[in-house]
Design a protein around this ligand. Structure first.
Ligand code: KG4
Ligand code: ZN
Length: 355
């Protein structure tokens, strides 16, 4: 590999509805890195009118946006293509019609520029978002919770490369639960930030009035053995509760608060339980739902109380929802154990498992 200590990596991410490119400067030996450009073209405004991601629309937008986004990353970072040491691209999991734009673009660039390519798992990307400018040292073993629109996954890391799944959702992802609940409540897409805002509004208002809560949602699988999650029952509980309550439209912030709290209680309790079992020295959070300030606050409190010696890391907000800096960051670590792929052998895998 033609690099002395530092290498320049171009990351590309198109697994769902964000077209993203990033250039990082990374030292694979020390794990230190700097993000030189992090460009994300979000399609949220387009999909909002349909109430969720429409795969064909996402595919067309990726095709339109991918080259301008890559060009912007090159311009902003002032890195010429010939200085790049490695291209990194999301191989899966994700929507096949979205993944393919990123991967085929990288295939063409790898051929034209004669560059090696590292294929990255999208969840790996979210995990390594924590390794970009970490605010506290990352000590191992570590336990990482990735919560996004498509994934709710707990992993154990024995070192900065070894990732082992210890728990996953058996049905909906936590972000998906937020998005579906928001749809039921007529709040729009994506549901996470909207529910978070209304829940905060309710919390502020109810702190002035005692005992406002009229209902309580289940905490699915909270006491079950192991570290798996399930959120589809919670969604059904919301539906039944709304059917029973003719005045629900007047209590939307309260519903948001209770629904969010059920998700947070489950995520926090399982993460703490896993961190205790695996004697984690670092607890990390990642994925789109990790942008949630109430989840961050409550996890921080729980780690402080239950694991006072452990470090807690959460990515900067720019690296929580889908981005390509996290894909390039994952490649900087994986280069030590995973072989780059030549352009002929690249292939998307929409159901790619984490290994
Ligand atoms: O990681 P991401 O961008 O895409 C996937 O890999 O799925 O995550 C998107 C998800 C959506 O479900 C969105 O509702 C959720 O993250 N999300 C949030 C917040 N911001 C985004 N959920 C809760 N609170 C937030 N502040
Ligand atoms: Zn994601």
């Amino acid at each position: 590999m033609p690099y002395n200590n530092y290498m320049y990596i171009l990351g590309i991410e198109t697994s769902c509805d964000e077209t993203a490119a990033s250039i990082i400067k990374a030292d694979p030996k020390s794990g230190r890195m700097a993000v030189l450009a992090n460009i994300v073209s979000s399609q949220i405004a387009i999909h909002r009118q349909y109430g969720g991601v429409v795969p064909e629309v996402a595919a067309r937008e990726h095709v339109l946006n991918i080259l301008p986004v890559i060009n912007e990353a090159l311009v902003q970072s002032k890195i010429e293509p010939d200085r790049l040491d490695l291209l990194a691209v999301t191989k899966g999991p994700g929507l096949v019609t979205s993944l393919i734009t990123g991967l085929e673009t990288v295939r063409t660039l790898a051929f034209a520029w004669s560059k090696p390519v590292m294929e990255i798992n999208h969840i790996e990307g979210h995990i390594y978002a924590n390794f970009i400018r970490p605010k506290t040292p990352i000590r191992f073993p570590a336990v990482v919770l990735t919560v996004s629109g498509g994934h709710t996954t707990l992993v154990e890391m024995a070192d900065n490369r070894k990732i082992r799944i210890i728990g996953e959702t058996r049905d909906d992802a936590a972000g998906e639960a937020y998005d579906k609940a928001a749809k039921m409540l007529g709040l729009g897409y994506p549901g996470g930030p909207i529910i978070a805002r209304l829940a905060a509004k309710h919390k502020k208002a109810s702190s002035k009035v005692d005992n406002q809560n009229r209902f309580h949602f289940p905490r699915p699988m909270l006491n079950a053995a192991g570290f798996d999650f399930s959120f589809s029952g919670l969604k059904t509980a919301l539906l039944y509760q709304l059917e029973k309550d003719p005045l629900w439209r007047q209590r939307i912030p309260e519903y948001c608060f209770e629904f969010q709290q059920a998700i947070i209680d489950t995520l926090v309790a399982k993460t703490i339980k896993a961190a205790q079992k695996f004697r984690a020295k670092t607890v990390m959070l990642s994925g789109g739902v990790s942008a949630n300030s109430e989840l961050r606050r409550q996890l921080a409190k729980a780690v402080k109380e239950s694991l006072p010696k452990a470090n807690l890391l959460m990515p900067e907000l720019d690296y929580t929802t889908d981005n390509a800096a996290m894909v390039a960051a994952a490649a900087a670590f994986k280069i030590k154990s995973r072989k780059p792929v030549s352009f002929e052998r690249l292939a998307v895998d929409p159901g790619l498992q984490l290994r």
